[in-house]
Design a protein around this ligand. Structure first.
Ligand code: SF4
Length: 361
């Protein structure tokens, strides 16, 4: 069991959170507290299905077992410490984080869908030049419990239809916690979600990406953004370690024709990567794959020369790829007024004065 970077408040601060533990781990916890092994699944049901917030609520465990559990454990649920509501209905939640860097989760309602964009790290060490999260470096990894807590603690949690690992952090830089969180989200003893409701977005750390492909069935989104290696490296230093050509070569080994979806994310910057020369190079790079391309409008961040591409330029780019058989969409921009849009999450740092962010307590 790893230490949480988010400490529960009050007298429970020194206790181990149960949230984020797997059924197997909970079985060991139950046995150590004097219960039968099957009590592990009872505890899992209380935490993940019934969403209990206290051990006292677990009434099918004996009083003696509950008392013993409470000596060392707490459920570990933590409410958001703030939230900001966008005019488009998007809600950004702030959770207490690590070393002064809080973490954010973004709730995005869209007709019959409700998506939660979760963070996997407090900050990020990938250093992408266009991203607020990357600007502040990495303060620490989140635990599986920290990720699941975001899912269970936002308003409307029970109505969520999709989860995307597209918040703060590079999920594959914290692979163990992310894999455990996916296990809890999809297991019958956990939230019992279909993996088709989960998308992990990554810059494509190769070894970890191979593991994610091998051990899960979640959808994959790759942050591509620039098809030319030398230019990509200037905006995404990670290109030096994980060239996009190697990432695509790995992805080509998968069968994408069934169930699982592969998408490439492409943020468009004016006069940087928005001409048809880039569209042609992108089509060549991913041509023949069963995939889609999401074109994303850039959301300007402070102290950056990068500017968003124009709508007509994005449409021409989309039409070029579509004409070559690559399904391409322009992703709707959500939550820009509360700094919740793609690339703008900074864990409470650099909030615009207009943002309607209020402490909840
Ligand atoms: S874009 Fe993603 S990988 Fe790059 S710095 Fe931001 S959070 Fe990290």
């Amino acid at each position: 069991m790893s230490d949480s970077v988010i400490n529960p408040a009050g007298g429970d601060a020194m206790k181990t959170p149960l949230i984020g533990l797997t059924a197997e781990q909970l079985r060991d916890v139950a046995v150590a507290a004097g219960a039968k092994p099957f009590a592990g699944k009872q505890i899992a049901k209380w935490i993940y299905e019934r969403r209990a917030t206290s051990i006292d609520a677990m009434t099918d465990l004996s009083l003696a077992v509950r008392e013993r559990l409470k000596e060392s454990y707490t459920v570990g649920r933590r409410e958001p410490i703030g939230k900001a509501v966008s005019t488009d209905g998007t809600v950004k939640y702030l959770f207490a984080g690590v070393k002064g860097r809080d973490i954010e989760a973004v709730y995005i309602p869209d007709r019959d869908r409700a998506t939660l964009c979760v963070s996997s790290q407090a900050g990020c060490r990938m250093g992408c030049k266009f991203c607020m999260t990357g600007r502040y470096g990495l303060q620490g990894n989140l635990t599986a419990g920290d990720v699941i807590n975001q899912v269970l603690s936002v308003d409307g949690s029970e109505e969520l239809t999709n989860i995307v690992f597209m918040g703060m952090g590079e999920p594959l830089d914290n692979i163990d916690a992310v894999m455990t969180a996916i296990e809890i989200l999809t297991a019958s003893w956990g939230l019992a979600w279909s993996p088709k409701r989960i998308t992990v977005s990554s810059i494509g750390r190769l070894k970890e990406l191979a593991r994610l492909l091998r051990e899960t069935k979640v959808h994959i989104a790759i942050s591509l953004h620039v098809p030319f290696s030398d230019e990509r490296r200037r905006l995404m230093p990670v290109e030096a370690a994980y060239p996009i050509t190697d990432v695509v070569a790995l992805l080509r080994q998968e069968d994408w024709s069934h169930q699982r979806r592969l998408s490439f994310e492409y943020i468009m910057w004016r006069d940087v990567n928005d001409s048809l020369r880039y569209a042609a190079a992108l089509a060549k790079l991913i041509g023949g794959m069963e995939c889609r391309v999401n074109l994303i409008r850039f959301h300007a961040i402070p102290d950056s020369d990068l500017r968003p591409a124009s709508r007509p330029t994005m449409e021409a780019f989309r039409d070029y790829l579509s004409a070559r058989g690559i399904t391409t969409t322009i992703r709707a921009s959500r939550g820009e007024d509360i700094m919740a849009a793609c690339g703008m999450l900074a864990g409470g740092a650099d909030k615009p004065e207009s943002a309607d962010t209020a402490p909840l307590s």
